[in-house]
Design a protein around this ligand. Structure first.
Ligand code: ATP
Ligand code: MG
Length: 205
């Protein structure tokens, strides 16, 4: 109700700066590289490695990471299907804002539902959205169990845990699929760099 009432009275305020001016300023085009995969698949590891590579190369970028965002912006959300959808909606809106500011955004969220990832693509816009499936198998993720969460989930101490007691819907046509049990962090990062290369304008550097 509140939402409808306020929306009616809102007027979009235009910036005096164009997307193109920001492109020239930052020497890059904004993009969101959206990682999806099971817990322990390697999303955060790869996201922060890629971020470091991009920053070292002089690109403005930022990682939106699942655990980090749940410490602040999304601290009020749990792991029910509805809460997961709202989690992804807010992240997508933040990624969109960061892209509007000219940044390259890397997101590392399990984002288990296909519909939620479609929503993220719609919010961010297809042209700037690249879906990357970190496809490491459940068996491998559970074997790694870097946070001890699978053990807790198997023991019934965590409910609605993706892969154990909640579903994971793999992407049907991701831009890239990376199995981190078969490829090193370096090799995976190179493949993601190649994917976003068109957004990194070296000629203006
Ligand atoms: N090639 C690789 N790429 C990424 N991680 C790897 C690779 N090989 C081994 N690992 C290890 O796998 C684990 C991946 O954990 P990480 O926290 O990155 O997963 P995640 O997908 O972010 O999980 P979560 O959804 O719980 O946040 C780390 O312990 C990492 O060192
Ligand atoms: Mg993570």
């Amino acid at each position: 109700m509140d939402q409808q009432n306020t929306a009616r009275d809102l007027v979009w305020q235009s910036s005096q700066t164009s997307t193109q001016e920001r492109r020239v300023l930052l020497k890059q085009s904004p993009v969101t590289l959206w990682m999806t995969g099971l817990s322990g698949a390697g999303k955060s590891t790869l996201a922060f490695h890629l971020e470091k590579r991009l920053i070292d190369a002089g690109h403005a970028c930022f990682v939106l990471d699942g655990d980090n965002v749940r410490h602040g912006l999304n601290r009020d959300l749990g792991f029910s299907p509805h809460a997961r959808t709202e989690n992804i909606r807010r992240i997508a809106e933040v990624a969109k804002l960061m892209n509007a500011a000219g940044l390259i955004v890397i997101t590392s969220f399990i984002s288990p539902y296909r519909d939620d990832r479609s929503m993220a693509r719609e919010i961010i816009g297809s042209d700037a959205f690249r879906e990357v499936h970190i496809s490491t198998t459940l068996q491998q993720c559970e074997h790694r169990d870097p946070k001890g969460l699978y053990q807790k989930a198997r023991a019934g101490l965590i409910s609605e845990f993706t892969g154990i007691s909640a579903p994971y819907e793999p992407p049907i046509a991701p831009c890239l699929s990376l199995d981190t049990s078969a490829s090193s962090v370096e090799a995976c990062t190179e493949r993601m760099l190649a994917l976003i290369q068109p957004f990194l304008d070296e000629t203006r550097r």
